[in-house]
Ligand binder design. Structure first.
Ligand SMILES: Cc1cc2nc3c(=O)[nH]c(=O)nc-3n(C[C@H](O)[C@H](O)[C@H](O)COP(=O)(O)O)c2cc1C
Length: 383
């Protein structure tokens, strides 16, 4: 009965978002509306009635979905992907939306203004976003202070006690960090600052919009970077590597081989795609810069998940991300080998009810296939 009521609630708010709010939001500048949503979320999370309201409108959970991955307990396998909450301002509200975890950032060693505006566009017909932020963020020191203040507060609420706060680190988007040693030091600075607060750390080696490209996909530079980060590794705080969906198979295999010699616990598959020769892109006329999210990247992320799962023999944790717009999309990533999933674009196109819809939908799909727990479905497409 409870599930029926929650399902009805989700359908109601999802309809309201798609038919009333989204048409209004989509008339406005995408970056402005993104910033406004972050401000609204921060405001609502700041006082108890705001959090209760969010919980009543959007929260759902299921014991079938609670699991341990890379030594951490996740109440839901659905997380917010890096890039939505760049400065860790929403930690008070995200657990009440039904997320099991969030990845804040990407945060860099130094504060960064990002690229010149405009730098975010909607590809409505392709159901994607074109992103050219260029790692805009407040910098690791400011973020660390905020996390030190906010995360202990979050832990006081029963519902948020097991919420996993991940942080994505990258190198500052500027000419100086193009030099490999300086780039490594910049990553290390961000890592060191956030380490006391982050439950896990993702090393983003796949930002499509950074000065000097993605140098750390090269064997030698990646090895140097991971050697430095190994020294900072803290037991119980797993490290993930976030990969690009545009890599050649040989490049992926090189990355996996280098990572296997270092303290890497898992992979985030995948980041935005830069490639324009993609049959999912419907629009003809849009800026040449930037990486694309949503439905455009979905099949590329799925291919990468499958490859990484097979190559690592299912022994490393995989976070699947790219084009999740429904429980079915999330389930496909799980069956391809992901233990956890993340999203941004689906939430922007479908509304915040999507998280609860995925939580409930996953439970339904698992039961339909005869599974008692989400962990049983991980990688079944490849077995
Ligand atoms: C507005 C926006 C900003 C992003 N910024 C980052 C970032 O700073 N670091 C990162 O690793 N990924 C970033 N991403 C990529 C997402 O984390 C994710 O990998 C990608 O969007 C695919 O997921 P989706 O289709 O659910 O959006 C960003 C994506 C979007 C849409």
């Amino acid at each position: 009965m409870k599930k029926l009521i929650i399902g009805g609630r989700d359908a109601f708010f999802s309809w309201g978002y798609r038919h009333l709010l989204k048409p209004l939001f989509f008339l406005m500048d995408p970056e402005k509306i993104h910033d406004r949503m972050v401000r609204t979320g921060r405001l609502l999370g700041g006082f108890a009635p705001g959090r209760w309201l969010i919980k009543a409108m959007f929260y759902s959970s299921s014991p079938m979905l609670s699991q341990k991955v890379a030594g951490l307990r996740f109440d839901s396998p659905v997380g917010l992907a890096a890039g939505f909450d760049k400065n860790a301002e929403l930690s008070a509200v995200l657990p009440f939306l039904g997320f099991g975890f969030a990845e804040y950032g990407s945060v860099t060693g130094e504060p960064c203004e990002g690229n010149a505006k405009p730098r975010l566009w909607r590809l409505k017909r392709s159901q994607g976003l074109l992103v050219y932020y260029g790692l805009k963020n407040d910098g690791a020191e400011v973020l660390a202070k905020r996390m030190g203040r906010e995360f202990p507060r979050q832990r006081r609420w029963k519902l948020a006690r097991h919420f996993v706060n991940g942080v994505s680190v990258a190198k500052t988007n500027c000419a100086e960090t193009v030099d490999c040693t300086k780039g490594v030091m910049d990553y290390a600075k961000a890592y060191r600052e956030v380490r006391p607060y982050a439950d896990y750390i993702t090393v983003n080696i796949s930002c499509p919009n950074a000065f000097g490209g993605q140098p750390f996909t090269d064997r030698k530079s990646l090895d140097l970077l991971l050697k430095e980060l190994d020294q900072l590794y803290q037991e119980g705080r797993p490290v993930f590597i976030k990969m690009s969906p545009d890599l050649q198979v040989s490049e992926i295999d090189d990355i996996l081989e280098v990572c296997s010699k270092h303290r890497v616990d898992g992979y985030v598959c995948s980041n935005l795609t830069k490639k324009r020769e993609n049959h999912k892109i419907v629009e003809k006329d849009f800026p040449e810069v930037g990486g694309i999210s949503g439905k455009v990247v979905q099949h590329l992320a799925d291919d990468l998940i499958r490859h990484v799962y097979l190559k690592t023999g299912g022994k490393k944790a995989i976070i699947g991300v790219g084009g999740i717009f429904s429980a079915e999309d999330a389930y496909e990533k799980i069956k391809n080998g992901a233990s956890l999933v993340q999203l941004i674009t689906g939430m922007i196109f479908q509304g915040p009810s999507l998280i609860s819809e995925i939580n409930l939908g996953l439970e339904r799909l698992l039961k339909k296939d005869g599974y008692k727990h989400v962990s049983e479905a991980v990688g079944v497409n490849l077995k």
